[in-house]
Design a binder for this molecule. Structure first.
Ligand code: MRU
Length: 375
């Protein structure tokens, strides 16, 4: 399946039905080719996530749960179980959820999504309802919840982007056109649609206040140059400029940058944030040049069970991915962490769909209280 249209890029195409179908845009082929590949089961979802054919914390979670919905309705595995054997049905569900969790370890969205699906399914399957079988209730729970998550992601991105744009714009006079900087890809390709940090850039653009968006290349996997640059060009974003990661400090020394916006893979209870490798370095640059530094993170990226960044598992990608993209000698020893931790005190605010969370006097954030206040 190919899609050559020039509209806002779609990271996935999901068709509800019996059974539903799911295709994801193979991001490894971008920007050269736009090819959508089918996800017919949990194994295919796992592989697409693990191999980074799809990536970005919100998208990983959504492909996992939609892939599960398609799997349960197409593989026929549920049919081999007694339709009212709740224990066996839930055990099969747990096996698939546990497997999906082994795909990539750092983005908490996947873990939060699995927990949500688990809770909904246990509640519905164990319901005392003589009109439906436990199997029907399981299918309905997974499918409805996966579809709900898909819609919620788009809405949350748009809402948080408005909050983020308002926050940034309120720091400057109404005549000022902003230059923003970002790292990695946090746009339509990292989410169900629109994006988080790149969504904020879109919202500033929609208010006709964007002068320039500076995208970092994002070594070693080049999400900035392959994916963000592609999204920016597709929309003809004003002043879209690509720089190498190593140019960020010098760019900020020579030009006015009004704000740096980044995404997140996990925001800990104290505000420490795991995000794409290079984010911490960018936060240091922001501090040195007194540039507001915002983390865009929907509630699905908040992790109040992890106290600080010290406790985060940071994924290390295979050496060959780094060696190949850097054209190093084949047997060169490398260290290839996919993410880093930005300590909370470097963060000006955490932009969510419920509003912007600001730091306490000591520079850390009370993420738990913020989450609890929204029940
Ligand atoms: O390794 P990736 O490409 O999955 O890393 C993506 C990021 O670090 C993003 O900034 C983060 O997931 C937020 S995407 C809205």
């Amino acid at each position: 399946m190919t899609d050559e249209s020039t509209e806002l890029l779609r990271s996935l195409v999901y068709e509800p039905g019996t059974p539903p179908t799911l295709h994801v845009l193979d991001q490894l082929l971008l920007p050269g080719q736009r090819v959508y590949i089918p996800i017919n089961d949990v194994q295919a979802a796992w592989t697409a996530i693990r191999d980074m054919q799809i990536r970005g914390a919100p998208l990983i979670a959504i492909v996992a749960v939609l892939g599960l919905a398609v799997d349960l309705q197409t593989t026929g595995e549920l049919d081999s179980l007694n339709e009212n054997d709740a224990t066996a049905l839930l055990a099969l569900l747990e096996t698939k959820l546990d497997y999906l969790l082994t795909s990539r370890p750092t983005a908490v969205n996947l873990f939060n999504a699995v927990q949500e699906v688990r809770d909904v399914c246990h509640r519905m399957v164990l319901e005392d309802d003589t009109n439906t079988t436990a199997r029907q209730r399981l299918l309905q729970a997974v499918t409805q919840h996966a579809e709900f998550m898909l819609e919620r992601d788009v809405q949350d991105n748009q809402t948080l982007s408005k909050y983020g744009a308002h926050e940034l714009l309120s720091k400057y006079s109404s005549e000022e056109q902003l230059t923003l900087m970002t790292i990695c890809n946090t746009g339509s390709l990292a989410t169900a649609l629109y994006g988080t940090a790149l969504g904020i850039v879109r919202a500033v653009r929609d208010q006709h206040r964007l002068a320039k968006i500076i995208a970092l290349e994002t070594r070693p996997y080049n999400q900035g140059s392959r994916l963000t640059a592609f999204e920016l060009q597709a929309e003809q974003m004003p002043g879209a400029t690509l720089i190498a990661d190593s140019m960020a400090a010098f760019y900020c020394q020579r030009h006015t940058v009004h704000g740096i916006v980044v995404g997140a893979d996990r925001v800990c209870a104290n505000g420490d944030t795991a995000n794409k490798i290079g984010t911490y370095q960018l936060a240091l640059v922001a501090r040195a040049h007194q540039i507001p530094f915002y983390v865009a993170a929907p509630f699905t990226t908040l992790d109040v069970t992890t106290s600080t960044g010290q406790e985060c598992v940071i994924e290390e990608r295979p050496a060959h991915e780094f060696v190949q993209t850097s054209q190093a000698p084949a047997d060169m020893n490398v260290w290839n962490p996919a993410f880093d931790i930005t300590p909370a005190p470097y963060i000006t605010g955490i932009v969510t769909e419920k509003g912007v969370l600001h730091p306490q006097a000591n520079g850390t954030f009370d993420v738990r209280r913020f989450v609890e206040s929204y029940g």
